[in-house]
Design a protein around this ligand. Structure first.
Ligand SMILES: Cc1ncc(COP(=O)(O)O)c(C=O)c1O
Length: 447
């Protein structure tokens, strides 16, 4: 009898529809039902699906040079992609290490940061800890989970990795310190300094965080003072700043990279998702000259590697995506339509389960609550975010639900709304219209 191969799905308990084709911001299932992708998968398909010129650029590269092992060859496609990306990166973050996704980018950032200190200060460098934040996600591999703080995603694996120190996030809606902005004096940023002092700066390699917290909490935007203060603390204690821009980068928030909103230049940016926008599994780290100059002068090689590092197909996809973003002014469109989206979703405030609306550019988050006044979350067993997502799906809209950001990972529901950077005003009105109906229906079921 012929053996049947079975793909392991993300979840055996929920039946996902079959995606058959896609175009622009729409995905179609096997019954030709049309869904608006209101979250670009997970903030990936930033330029829309199946854009002909991007597809053609990849096919051309596939016919010319599909692979060249990076330990033995250079390739033109990846060099061109690096040049194009460097036009978008802040400061002197011109040195780009290409990988296949966000988790690999974070792993690369952690290793490069540690290697920098070992080569700068000698093999005995005691810098080996990374300060992360509670409620954060940086990827599914062990190194990424070790520096992240989303308990619901990491709890069962925590015996497998070394624990790194964590500080509280800028969760102003539920301030972890019970304070209020601006009287709080940005206590959450100042906790970074306290933690450095407690652990000893000589043991800390870097602080790693998302400029706007993405999937775990739902588009948390920090107070304006937060990032300049964090940069200053890192500088004062000789600690690197790693920005996880896997979600927020490549124009998503209305600037090329999210830290540009506060004119803060990190030492390393980790990027992925929108970098090749779903046309190839792509990611990368953008590294400052200061770091690379030390590595060039000392060992001369980054002690890290993956088979698909610097892959020519990734190079072709990234170049075509960046060209498309520039040609159609998509970063500017993200800023403009982001404001439109903000205005439109404000009308959701009156729905009784909508607790908080937040976000930047085309990255918007909605926190769901059982009681608006007390901010009481729904019991986890209600699966409120998943229920809202299901209501949206049945009406032809895809959103990105998440839960577990309250009470140590045991409660809390939110979702992200993040349409493609190509989105039009008409599409925004349609998206929010479907969302309003879905939230109202979910509220009736939940309350
Ligand atoms: C902020 C952030 N960092 C890292 C990752 C990991 O990226 P990947 O899933 O491509 O490995 C993700 C994925 O969702 C993410 O949102």
């Amino acid at each position: 009898m012929k053996k049947q191969g079975l793909n392991i799905p993300r979840n055996y308990n929920t039946a996902a529809p079959l995606a058959v084709r896609a175009e622009g911001i729409y995905i179609y299932d096997e019954n030709d039902k049309r869904y608006i992708d209101g979250c670009c998968g997970a903030l990936i398909a930033n330029i829309g699906y199946c854009v002909p010129e991007v597809v053609e650029a990849i096919v051309k590269q596939l016919r010319t040079l599909n692979f060249a092992h990076p330990s033995r060859w250079k390739n033109e496609a990846i060099e061109t992609a690096a040049e194009k990306l460097a036009e978008l990166t802040p400061g002197d973050l011109n040195n780009i290490w290409f990988v296949s996704g966000g988790s690999e980018a974070i792993e690369s950032a952690l290793k490069l940061a540690r290697q920098y200190y070992v080569e700068r200060d000698g093999k005995s460098s005691s810098k080996h800890l990374f300060i992360g934040r509670w409620n954060s996600y940086h990827g599914g591999t062990l190194g990424c989970m070790a520096v992240a703080g989303n308990m619901s995603r990491r709890k069962i694996f925590s015996p497998l990795f070394m624990e790194h120190p964590k500080i509280e996030p800028h969760y102003c809606y539920r301030c972890p310190f019970g304070l209020q902005y601006p009287a709080c004096d940005i206590r959450c940023a100042r906790q970074l300094e306290e933690t450095i002092l407690r652990m000893g700066a000589e043991s800390i390699v870097a602080f790693i965080a998302e400029p706007v917290v993405g999937s775990t909490v739902g588009a948390l935007v920090p107070p304006v003072e937060y990032w300049p203060l964090v940069r200053d603390i890192c500088n004062r204690y000789d600690i690197l700043l790693i920005a996880d821009e896997v979600m927020t980068g490549m124009g998503r928030t209305g600037k090329a990279f999210c830290l540009d909103h506060w004119d803060v230049v990190p030492d390393i940016i980790a990027s992925a998702k929108g970098m090749a926008a779903g046309y190839m599994p792509a990611g990368g780290i953008f590294v400052s000259n200061t770091l690379m100059d030390v590595i060039k002068k000392e060992s001369g090689n980054f002690a890290h590697g993956h088979t698909y590092n610097a892959n020519p197909l990734v190079g072709a996809a990234v170049s075509a995506v960046v060209d498309y973003i520039k040609k159609h002014n998509l970063i500017e469109n993200a800023a403009k339509q982001g404001e439109r989206l903000e205005e439109e979703i404000r009308s959701l405030e009156e729905i009784p389960i909508v607790g908080d609306l937040r976000g930047l550019g085309l990255m918007r988050g909605v926190e769901l609550v059982a009681d608006k006044k007390t901010k009481k979350p729904f019991p986890a067993k209600e699966k409120a975010a998943a229920l809202v997502a299901a209501e949206c799906m049945s009406r032809g809209l895809v959103i990105y639900p998440s839960s577990g950001m309250v009470n140590g990972g045991t409660a809390g529901d939110n979702f992200l709304l993040a349409p493609a950077l190509t989105v039009t005003e008409g599409q925004i009105v349609e998206i929010v219209g479907i969302l309003r109906e879905s939230l109202t229906a979910a509220a009736e079921l939940l309350l």
